[in-house]
Design a protein around this ligand. Structure first.
Ligand code: AKG
Ligand code: FE2
Length: 315
């Protein structure tokens, strides 16, 4: 049995559905967001061959790219965000990553954190077009889920969508190495919450590696369901809903003798969006806990923190 609800988005996306059918999906999403903060999404409309293609490109990148070519794509010290990086943490776990983001016009030279354009692998030739096709589909999916949540929350969908209509998305390809011996470096990612709005995870079939912190503090397995995205909520959605929706902590502990690939698509607010609560405050809420936040400030702060321990950063 799946640990988290499996939600079929198809009736919400279909133009022939009734209001009642759309509303039923919205309420299912709403419940999942209030409870676990994690759910599986099927009926999302992103074609399986595109998912397979993106995943295969990620596997090939990490398994066949030479060290020199990886270094040519290494994160630069100005934008600190786009490109290849190797994260080394003996305690929490290590991994490699290749990051792409929505391009953001630079405000100066050198550009600020998160600004600028992506660095693309040159091989295979269709790498960029496959990823960009996927991103376009995922942006549409992100907006659809936001519309559903607006419906469930009873807030103006136009207001919600206006904060994500140029979403600062991030597509991250992550590689967790095989455990070669009991003493080799542990692969993984330490406990954290995501800081954006919604994360849509596409992963390989590895079980047991991704773990989610339950309300009572235990670690629960979040194993993949083929063809469905595993979705979780980020801190911006918690901020938007004054904590009614949960950004749930998770981690990766990968101790298999085979590597693991995962590809989260982070659907975040527009770079300049100000995210403030849209639902009324409840009795007993700590004064000033949800005061609103400029998304790009949060992003820059999170990046500075995340980059401690990055081993592949060019000067
Ligand atoms: O690799 C995974 O399954 C999850 C990665 C993750 O939590 C993240 O990149 O924020
Ligand atoms: Fe995460």
């Amino acid at each position: 049995m799946a640990t988290f609800p499996v939600i079929d988005l198809a009736p919400f996306l279909s133009p022939t559905s009734t209001r009642k059918e759309r509303r039923a999906v919205a309420l299912e999403l709403d419940q999942a967001c209030r409870n676990a903060g994690f759910f599986y999404l099927k009926g999302h409309g992103v074609p399986q061959d595109l998912l397979d293609n993106v995943r295969q490109h990620a596997i090939d990148f990490f398994e066949t790219t030479s060290e020199d070519d990886k270094q040519r794509l290494a994160l630069r010290s100005d934008d600190k965000a786009r490109g290849y990086s190797r994260h080394v943490d003996a305690e929490k776990g290590s991994h490699e990553a290749l990051d792409f983001y929505r391009p953001v016009e630079a405000t100066g030279s050198p550009c600020g954190v998160g600004q600028g354009v992506n660095q693309w692998p040159t091989q295979p030739e269709d790498f960029r077009s496959v990823v960009e096709t996927y991103v376009e589909r995922m942006e549409n999916l992100g907006r659809a889920v936001i519309e559903a949540l607006a419906l469930a929350l009873g807030v103006d969908a136009k207001l919600f969508v206006s904060r994500v209509d140029e979403a600062f998305w991030q597509l991250r390809m992550i590689y967790y190495d095989r455990q070669t011996s009991p003493v080799s470096a542990k692969a993984g990612i330490g406990e954290h919450t995501d800081f954006g709005i919604l994360t849509f995870l596409l992963a390989d079939s590895t079980k047991g590696s991704l773990q989610v912190r339950s309300k009572t503090g235990e670690w629960m397995r979040a194993d993949p369901i083929e063809g469905a995205f595993l979705c979780n909520l980020g801190d911006m959605l918690a901020e938007w809903t004054r904590g009614a929706y949960k950004s749930t902590a998770h981690r990766v502990v990968h101790v298999s003798d085979a590597p693991r690939i995962s590809i989260p698509f982070f659907f975040d607010p527009n770079w300049d969006a100000f995210i403030e609560p849209v639902v009324p405050s409840r009795d007993g809420e700590t004064e000033g806990r949800y005061v609103g936040v400029r998304y790009r400030d949060r992003f820059v702060g999170a990046m500075e923190e995340a980059l401690v321990g990055v081993a592949a950063l060019v000067a």
